[in-house]
Design a protein around this ligand. Structure first.
Ligand SMILES: [Zn+2]
Length: 705
């Protein structure tokens, strides 16, 4: 991967009725030029025809518009990436679904009346496209999603038709494509005849009929069920592969950004991102339908996964937001800074935000904003197999611990179990409820402890082997080479080589009731149904639900609850942070003192090693809220003035900055020129004094030679 991908700056080009039916080439030129002036180098298209299959009769006129966008882009040196749903379509079969469709169109400044024949097309039950849809295993009927249907990736006619459509897009000269929504839209799809046949051929198992579905579904220890889960992931990957091999076969090289909103969660739709066959940028859709001010912690936390992928695949990670106002723009850009991620913003349907100051800052300081290294105190072990096939994958405890670190300014990192070289030097490594672990992986973890690391193992980690067989408790204990309960009632510490293994108590570090914990981590252990929020949430009375509809100017409305956004368990958070800090001891690479609650600090190393930046964000007060009925997307980011004694950052310097007589230390932000800061140190650890009032929104302390 060339370095230039880190220099890409992404924007979004919306094309709706105006652009498709009215705009001349000169109009489109003007709109694209505005993005170029903002410093944007790559534009991803987006619009009211996102569910492209509903608009099949209009593909020629849509393509004509894409052609204009490509011409304009190339005139201004901007790459164009066409983005649409690869398989979804609105084919409303009820009046409610029809209303939903027209509502979606209106949201995007579109009107079905502008599209002659569209309603007749999408309400005709006989269209061939509707013969290719995903089928529910439970009902035997098409799966409804977003008020429409998605087509099945194993249907040969759909595959052929989609490739043919893509060819028509390629001929327009696009620089890249983003094929969205390659996933199954329910946990029981797809059970169409093609999937049934392929599953039988590949696994030797038979998918049950709808009458027998419920009795079969969900047993994570039944090989036929887990084979089916695998089959779904494989089908999705194969479809991506098909697309890639097809354009390569045509002699084309295409740019391939792709995204997900949350990866550290049960994956019911078999959406893949980790093992995409083609991926040049990995990004996260943050706060799409939620209020930025109240829900950012979930996305900041999950971005750790994208950051892990950045390192693993050597590609940039990016965060995408839908910020509509200046306060949201600077806040969300500041969130991306904490993660060393590229930033992209698109107020839905509007592109009038001025990003120039941010893009100028990125140009000036890109060397320490992107492609940076971390200096983690704590690593959290991630395993793709466990996320996909663990009998009770439920990352709540890990997420709470991760979030505790983030709020307490402890540098953290998510690490891949399969890449020990990336985590062998982290002072503390946590294996939180990673159930699926091979003998080799457990042995790598033990080697880490033997060489001096502090290995924290919680719950029943390692209770399943890589073939998903459940290990007996004695067998698991023998592999870990320590005796004692897997979930002791108090914290146990075992010296191990030059390091140690720590087993925290069952209840440690999760802010729920005992009953709830048992429910999450024990009773539903061997049921896929642990993934159903319906079963978990009735138990969650103590944790407020902060998942609120962003709602496009309409009053805020309570939507899907989610227990992983932000936990109010301040005491438990404090306890976890103190526990991990104690375990790291003298090896702790970074300390932030006197920072007010909600002010976040993350140290990041410039890729060349010549500089270190402490990224700062004033998120204080963002999570304070009034009554739920009055919470809305219009609530401003508070950015309160910060008061109190100077903060002190103590940072262990990397080799490249050690023992330098003169290090320059300053504070700077997009609206603040460099201001020198006082510092002192012994050549290996530097202490920087930081007057709090300097931080208004976000900014960074820059330490360089
Ligand atoms: Zn199918």
């Amino acid at each position: 991967m060339s370095d230039c991908n880190f220099h890409a700056r992404f924007g979004w080009f919306w094309y709706n009725d105006e652009e498709i039916f009215h705009d001349s080439q000169a109009d489109i030129d003007r709109k694209v030029a505005r993005h170029a002036e903002q410093g944007i180098t790559h534009l991803i298209t987006f619009g009211c025809t996102h569910f492209r299959w509903s608009f099949q009769p209009f593909w020629p006129v849509i393509n004509e518009c894409i052609g204009k966008i490509v011409s304009a882009g190339h005139r201004y040196g901007v790459k164009i990436i066409e983005h649409h749903s690869s398989n979804l379509g609105f084919f409303p079969d009820t009046p409610e679904n029809l209303t939903k469709f027209t509502g979606e169109m209106e949201l995007r400044h579109s009107n079905p009346d502008h599209w002659p024949g569209l309603l007749e097309f999408i309400t005709s039950p006989d269209t061939e496209l509707e013969q290719w849809v995903q089928i529910s295993g439970r009902t035997g009927k098409p799966v409804v999603t977003y008020g429409g249907h998605g087509r099945c990736f194993n249907h040969p006619d759909f595959r052929a038709a989609y490739l043919e459509y893509l060819e028509s897009i390629y001929r327009l000269g696009v620089d890249g494509i983003m094929t969205d929504d390659v996933q199954y839209f329910r946990e029981d799809s797809c059970a169409c005849p093609h999937c049934r046949r392929l599953f039988r051929e590949r696994s030797g198992f038979e998918l049950p009929t709808p009458e027998k579905w419920d009795a079969w579904f969900g047993n994570m220890l039944d090989e036929s069920f887990t084979s089916w889960l695998r089959f779904r992931f494989d089908s999705i990957r194969d479809f991506h592969r098909l697309v890639k091999e097809h354009y390569e076969g045509l002699g084309r090289k295409l740019l391939r950004p792709n995204y997900t909103s949350v990866a550290l969660c049960p994956n019911l739709t078999a959406y893949i991102i980790d093992d995409l066959p083609a991926l040049d940028w990995i990004f996260q859709e943050c706060c799409f339908s939620t209020i930025i001010r109240y829900t950012w912690p979930l996305y900041l936390l999950d971005q750790q996964h994208r950051r892990m992928m950045e390192k693993k695949r050597g590609i940039p990670s990016m965060m995408m937001f839908y910020a509509e106002r200046k306060d949201q723009l600077i806040f969300t850009w500041g969130l991306a800074r904490l993660c060393g991620a590229l930033y992209t913003n698109t107020p839905e349907g509007e592109s009038k935000m001025d990003e120039r100051a941010l893009r100028e800052f990125e140009k000036k300081y890109g060397f320490c904003l992107f492609r940076c290294g971390s200096i983690p105190m704590v690593g959290f072990v991630d395993s793709l197999d466990n996320r996909r096939f663990g009998a009770s994958y439920e990352a709540s405890r890990m997420k709470f611990w991760l979030q505790s670190c983030i709020f307490k300014n402890i540098p953290v990192e998510l690490v891949d179990i399969k890449c020990p070289e990336t985590w062998k030097n982290i002072p503390v490594l946590c294996v939180n409820e990673v159930h699926v672990l091979s003998e080799r992986e457990i042995s790598d973890l033990l080697e880490y402890a033997r060489s001096g690391g502090v290995l924290v193992v919680t719950g029943d980690s390692g209770c399943q082997d890589e073939r998903l067989r459940l290990r007996m408790p004695e067998e698991t204990a023998a592999l870990w080479k320590i005796s004692g309960e897997s979930a002791p009632s108090e914290i146990l510490e075992f010296p191990f080589g030059k390091g140690k293994i720590v087993r925290p108590g069952w209840s440690f570090g999760y802010p729920g009731t005992e009953e709830e914990k048992r429910h999450l981590f024990l009773e539903l252990q061997t049921r896929f149904s642990v993934l159903s929020p319906k079963e978990i949430f009735p138990l969650r009375k103590d944790i407020p639900e902060l998942w609120l509809q962003r709602s496009y100017g309409r009053p805020a409305r309570k939507s899907m609850p989610n227990n992983t956004l932000y936990y109010e368990g301040e005491d438990a958070r404090e306890e976890v942070a103190a526990f991990l800090t104690r375990l790291a001891g003298k090896k702790s690479p970074f300390k932030a003192e006197n920072l007010p609650e909600g002010v976040l600090a993350v140290p990041l190393l410039a890729s060349g090693g010549d500089a270190l930046a402490i990224q700062l964000l004033n998120a204080a007060g963002t999570l304070k809220h009034g009554k739920e009925e009055t919470m809305s997307h219009a609530d401003p980011i508070p950015f309160p003035p910060l008061e109190g004694p100077d903060a002190v950052f103590s940072v262990r310097l990397p080799e490249t900055l050690r023992n330098k007589k003169t290090l320059s230390v300053c504070f700077t932000a997009p609206d603040t020129p460099e201001q020198p800061l006082k510092s002192h140190g012994d050549g290996s650890v530097l202490h920087v004094e930081f007057p709090l009032h300097r931080l208004k929104t976000c900014g960074m302390v820059l330490i360089k030679k």
